[in-house]
Design a protein around this ligand. Structure first.
Ligand SMILES: NC(=O)c1ccc[n+]([C@@H]2O[C@H](COP(=O)([O-])OP(=O)(O)OC[C@H]3O[C@@H](n4cnc5c(N)ncnc54)[C@H](OP(=O)(O)O)[C@@H]3O)[C@@H](O)[C@H]2O)c1
Length: 341
């Protein structure tokens, strides 16, 4: 039987510390509790957490936008060291792994299906490994698969100083596109330019996003965009849709400002036979091969110095409430992580 020197007394007693969302609501429903450590199923590994990544989906699940049981431990991604492996798991104890799609990551120990584990290459810091998976894999599928960005395209990505937005800018530039992005302040505009954005629209200077976003975009590219990637949702959707060129694509990938109302398909006709999609990460990492392909391309880009994963805020795991408030309050840039130690 394997014994791990890193296991602490609480873990031997079958208990650990974790954040729990006690009921649907704002960030103050998050509590730092002592709970049972997860059991290791035959297809799982137990990972001692290094850090959990914080994502908007954690806030949707906490607040009740997405149906959940309560209390639940939030958190879809993280990084750490395998301390226990199920009988069918082909990952060794001691391996450094990251993951993007498992629940209950805001905890000292996390049960992760072995097929969802991403090996962390030597030399990659475990903070970066926690920060990259969910936003990185999302940026990768948006730019490589939902619409395959290529040289000569002009694309728009919202929130270019944010997590997904900053990575989409960098990947789209690597594929030769001209990139327009949006930000909420002049300080964030500088960050987006640092990621490589060619043009930045500061939404804080606009009073009518539905008319002023397309006017600003068409001043840059009169024919319109090959692809318009909108993760802000409710506040920007009508404006970003009006930027798409005939036979181009509108990609609604999130709702940071709220969910978009039901949509009249005749608008696609009027806009010039444009396409629309509402993608989610799960469908783009459905097989282990696809997950590993995307992760390997991202880690290779980091190793080559082509992709920077900026961590804007790192807090102790116990301070998840503060992290959610910052993310929902538009205070953050780059990635937010919660460190276990
Ligand atoms: N579909 C998928 O597979 C998938 C996967 C991951 C994430 N997402 C989505 O992608 C979006 C971005 O996620 P992220 O984790 O990278 O977050 P983020 O971009 O780091 O943060 C969200 C940003 O949205 C902007 N924003 C504009 N209006 C807002 C409002 N009313 N409230 C809050 N933020 C507002 C803010 O930037 P400014 O202040 O600069 O405007 C804010 O910093 C989210 O909608 C998320 O749900 C989707």
């Amino acid at each position: 039987m394997h014994t791990c020197p890193k296991l602490n007394t609480r873990a031997h007693n079958g208990l650990m510390r974790a954040i729990q969302a006690m009921s649907p609501g704002s960030a103050d429903v998050l509590a730092w509790n002592e709970v049972d450590r997860p059991a290791c199923g035959p297809d799982d590994v137990i990972v001692q957490l290094h850090a959990a990544g914080v994502n908007f989906i954690d806030t949707y699940r906490r607040s009740g936008v997405y149906p959940m049981d309560y209390p639940h431990i939030p958190g879809a991604e993280g990084s750490g060291t395998v301390v226990e492996a199920g009988a069918n798991a082909d990952i060794a104890v001691g391996a450094k792994v990251a993951w993007a799609f498992s629940h209950s990551s805001y905890a000292e120990f996390v049960a992760v299906p072995a097929k969802e584990c991403i090996p962390v290459p030597d030399g990659v810091d475990l903070d970066i490994a926690a920060a990259l998976p969910l936003q990185g894999l999302t940026a990768h599928y948006l730019v490589r698969s939902t619409y395959e960005v290529k040289a000569g395209d002009t694309i728009l990505i919202t929130a270019g100083a944010g997590g997904v937005g900053g990575l989409v800018i960098q990947l789209a530039k690597l594929h030769g596109a001209q990139v327009i992005t949006t930000v909420g302040s002049p300080e964030k505009a500088e960050i987006a330019v640092g990621h490589g954005a060619d043009h930045v629209l500061d939404l804080s200077t606009m009073s009518d996003l539905t008319t002023e976003i397309p006017a600003a975009v068409r001043a840059i590219v009169p024919e319109g965009l090959a692809a318009s990637y909108d993760g802000i949702g409710k506040d920007t959707f009508d404006g970003t849709l009006a930027c798409v060129k005939p036979r181009g694509i509108q990609v609604l990938f999130g709702g940071a400002s709220g969910q978009v109302a039901p949509f009249d398909l005749q608008r696609l006709n009027a806009a010039g036979s444009i396409f629309i999609t509402r993608p989610s990460l799960g469908a783009y990492i459905a097989t282990r091969e696809e997950l590993r392909w995307r992760a390997e391309e991202l880690f290779s880009a980091i190793a080559a110095g082509d992709l920077n994963v900026p961590i804007g805020l790192a807090l102790p795991l116990s301070e998840a409430q503060r992290a959610h408030e910052a993310l929902e309050g538009r205070e953050t840039t780059g990635k937010v992580i919660l460190r276990a130690h």
